[in-house]
Design a protein around this ligand. Structure first.
Ligand code: KG4
Ligand code: ZN
Length: 337
């Protein structure tokens, strides 16, 4: 593998981020502007607001990342950008900016898959991590179990048929009027609750495939809340949060364990915003400990969207010579395979 210092740009959803990453492992400098406050009062990400906000801050964010890294554009070996999946208007801002920099500074342009990026966030603390491994990707937009047999070789074993994991947390929280994003709010409540207090369904727990479904659970929770309200009974939010969270994680943990066994690997990489959840980390830690496997996860701040992970994945694209032309387009529905 050739050494490379890459400027990476991420604008697929509601974070505008840039990072300078050396050899896919070392973060020389990064900057990030979160739009959470802008979207919070709408209870979720508003695409138009997202792209406008990306446009406003992308240049200063890139300048800040470069400044922190002590590098100038001339020092770089390439420009990487999230090509998809993501919000079309949001992706376009990153792509247009990356193209302009690539053209202006005569540096190759590398397109990165956002989900691949999430899986690479663990390199931050574990530069020695290498395939084969199973990755559980649980974010606001995605829930996937991926078998990574070798660098760049991805087999999606299963995914959600409806809501993504983080999306379910966000919807329940929003319905209860607790705020956005829902993940950390539900997790905090759950810490003081009893996970066995309310029996919620574990959809697809027994199916032999690796798919997930969360819309039934979501409906059960909403139905439970409505029933309590109409009976004028008080809802124990802590028990509700803990029981909901446990129902989500029971299925994820069980399917992840089965995937590791079936593929006969001994490493698990947790990725995505929901990977910040301590209860999920704890449950997966128990499983890997019992089996003598290893669990990797990113530092908390790199579980959610960031540009380090894009720069980490881009190093491999750089070495494969997988460069984009200036006519490249964003791919809002890009898949891993
Ligand atoms: O990875 P990410 O930034 O978004 C996508 O790429 O889709 O993850 C954001 C999602 C949100 O849905 C948020 O509620 C969830 O991750 N999340 C959590 C936690 N922290 C963030 N979910 C559960 N527990 C958490 N501690
Ligand atoms: Zn993401």
């Amino acid at each position: 593998m050739n050494s490379a210092t890459i400027l990476a740009i991420e604008t697929s959803c509601d974070e505008t981020a840039a990072a300078v990453v050396r050899d896919g492992r070392e973060c020389l400098g990064q900057a990030l502007a979160s739009q959470i406050d802008l979207h919070a009062r709408f209870g979720g990400v508003v695409p138009e607001i997202a792209s406008r906000s990306h446009q406003e801050v992308i240049n200063p964010i890139i300048e800040e990342a470069l400044e922190r890294s002590g590098k100038s554009l001339a020092d770089l070996d390439g420009i990487a950008v999230t090509q998809g999946p993501g919000l079309p208007g949001a992706l376009m801002v990153g792509m247009a900016t990356a193209k302009a920099l690539s053209f202006g500074a005569s540096k190759p342009l590398i397109g990165v898959n956002h989900i691949e990026g999430h899986m690479f966030a663990s390199f931050f603390d574990h530069p020695d991590l290498s395939p084969p491994f199973i990755s559980l990707v649980v974010s606001g937009g995605h829930t996937l179990l991926v078998y990574v047999s070798d660098w760049g070789k991805y087999e999606v074993l299963g995914e959600t048929l409806d809501d993504a994991a983080g999306e379910a947390f966000d919807k329940i929280s929003s319905y209860l009027g607790l705020g956005y994003p829902g993940g950390p709010i539900i997790e905090n409540l759950a810490k003081k609750g009893d996970p066995a207090a309310i029996k919620f369904p574990r959809a697809m727990m027994k199916t032999r495939n690796y798919n997930f479904s969360l819309s039934g659970l979501k409906t059960s929770v909403l139905y439970y809340i409505a029933k309590k309200k109409s009976a004028d009974e008080e809802i124990n939010l802590e028990d509700l949060a803990a029981s909901f969270q446990e129902a989500v994680f029971d299925v994820q943990v069980s399917k992840t364990e089965r995937a590791i066994r079936e593929k006969n690997v001994d490493q698990l990489v947790l990725a995505g915003g929901v990977g910040a959840n301590m209860r999920l980390r704890e449950r997966l830690s128990e499983v890997v400990k019992t089996n003598g496997w290893r669990l990797y996860y990113p530092p908390l701040a790199l579980c959610t969207d960031n540009a380090f992970m894009i720069g980490a994945a881009a190093w491999f694209g750089y070495n494969r010579g997988a460069f984009l032309g200036l006519d490249a387009e964003t791919k809002p529905n890009m898949t891993l395979n």
